[in-house]
Design a protein around this ligand. Structure first.
Ligand code: GDP
Ligand code: MG
Length: 437
């Protein structure tokens, strides 16, 4: 469940307050497993962790102030670097700029052609033209027209013509004559790499000398994606990779493997069937995703900032003396609220984002709790055991809640106090771990 995941992540991050050499090895083993789980080639994953380990030892991570965080940063930076580091742009300098799509059948070329046209039109105020060069299936041409209609972009096609080179050339001429400054050429793919397909795409490539040749690949195909990328790159020496179908559970390890093998930047990702489901590829965000860490690092940092050390110490004493009361609880809630929007916070917890998507967490999650506490007398807040049924009724009425809700809070508070006593010494930070329970 949620808190288990958080516990685990924090555990790996922070070790037991101090990272030992054993912990470094353990952390890296965990990272390697995450990489392999995310479809990264085992050999690449192993090389990667070896590099990180070397750097960690070189930078004296073990002796640093916050070894866990430094370790995570090292892993993340290295992974980001492995995927190209910076965002890679598409060349739009041509007049017009010609962009050629390549890739297997079903990889998402036609869909991505539409997404890119829509992206360039809205984000870069370009006037794109889509050109239909998949001449084998009449349905393929229709599909591009449907896409073009959806996004209001003109589609150039020539249904009787079965020469893709001629259509591509005519498409570019049409673009020049009609003021289009970007031409996106959609081509035919096949189910597997074969010579006919490669010869055809090589011929188109040679005839039109595109500004950008993009290789579109289905990220769900895992290791196969790497072999396909290599085959296309050998023939086309393409300029960039488009990773499609990164919605759902796909973790995107293909990004690392492909980059390692063909050494070409990933430029965009596709995250759904809709025309809006396109994103610029950010190596650092993909590093987060692959590590499955959500934004744990910034979550920890924010938690540390907000939980005042002094307050935490006072609280610890109170817990030890069994004096933790509703007033203290109220303070805790206010501190948690200071950390920001509940949804944002939960989104930063690894694995939780998806789980919580269908849950209704509003920012007023604590509203009832606060109202109930405010309706208590000072004595009730410090000695909750005196709250009998007539007091419950009064508190419920005063806070606009029900006796049941008051009961529920009392029960939760009781459990929480017990738990706090149990893990005495953790102070405010431990609150984080309990939030999910
Ligand atoms: P092509 O044969 O390379 O032109 O591939 P298509 O563009 O026709 O896409 C093949 C299938 O994949 C279609 O059903 C698309 O809707 C779907 N598809 C394309 N990109 C994505 C994506 O990013 N996410 C998801 N979930 N589906 C996609
Ligand atoms: Mg197609």
């Amino acid at each position: 469940n949620l808190s288990d995941k958080l516990d685990k992540a924090l555990h790996i991050l922070k070790g037991h307050g101090q990272i030992t050499e054993v912990n470094v090895a353990e952390t890296l083993k965990e990272v390697r497993r995450a990489l392999v789980d995310a479809d990264v080639n085992y050999k690449i994953a192993k090389e990667f962790t070896a590099t990180v380990k070397e750097k960690a030892l070189g930078q004296n991570v073990l002796k640093s102030l916050k070894p866990g965080q430094l370790m995570v940063k090292l892993v993340k930076d290295e992974l980001t670097e492995l995927m190209g580091g910076e965002v890679a742009e598409v060349d739009l300098s041509g007049k017009p700029s010609v962009i050629l799509m390549s890739g297997l059948q079903g990889s998402g070329k036609t869909t991505f052609s539409g997404k890119l046209a829509n992206f360039l039109k809205t984000k870069k105020t370009k006037k794109p033209l889509l050109v239909a060069c998949d001449v084998y299936r009449p349905a393929a041409i229709d599909q591009l027209h449907v896409v073009g209609d959806q996004i209001n972009v003109e589609v150039f096609s020539d249904k009787g013509n079965n020469d893709p080179v001629a259509i591509a050339t005519a498409g570019i001429a049409h673009a020049k004559a009609n003021g289009h400054n970007v031409v996106i050429i959609d081509t035919a793919g096949r189910l597997a790499v074969d010579e006919v397909m490669m010869t055809e795409i090589a011929n188109i490539h040679e005839a039109i000398t595109p500004n950008e040749t993009l290789f579109v690949v289905d990220s769900m195909t895992g290791q196969d994606a790497v072999n396909t990328a290599k085959a296309f790159n050998d023939v086309l020496n393409f300029d960039g990779v488009i990773l499609t179908k990164l919605d759902g559970d796909t973790r995107g390890g293909a990004a690392i493997s492909i980059k390692s093998v063909v050494n070409k930047p990933i430029k965009f990702i596709g995250t759904g069937e809709k025309m809006e489901a396109i994103d610029v590829f950010y190596p650092s965000r993909m590093a987060d995703r692959i590590l499955g860490m959500g934004d744990v690092v910034s979550l920890v940092e924010r938690a540390q900032e907000q939980f005042d050390e002094e307050e935490a110490r006072k609280l610890q004493k109170k817990i030890a003396k069994n004096q933790f009361g509703f007033d203290d609880f109220l303070k805790q809630i206010q501190q948690i609220k200071k950390m920001g929007n509940m949804k944002d916070l939960i989104g930063m917890i690894p694995g939780a984002g998806k789980m919580m998507k269908n849950m209704d967490i509003d920012d007023d999650a604590f509203k009832h709790i606060e109202a109930i506490i405010h309706s208590m007398t000072l004595e009730e807040r410090t000695k909750p055991q005196i709250i009998n049924s007539s007091r419950k009724k009064r508190i419920g009425a005063g806070s606009g809640t029900s006796v049941q809700q008051v009961n529920q809070l009392l029960k939760q508070f009781d459990q929480m106090s017990k738990m706090m006593k149990m893990m005495q010494g953790g102070g405010g930070k431990r609150m984080m771990q309990m939030m999910g329970k």
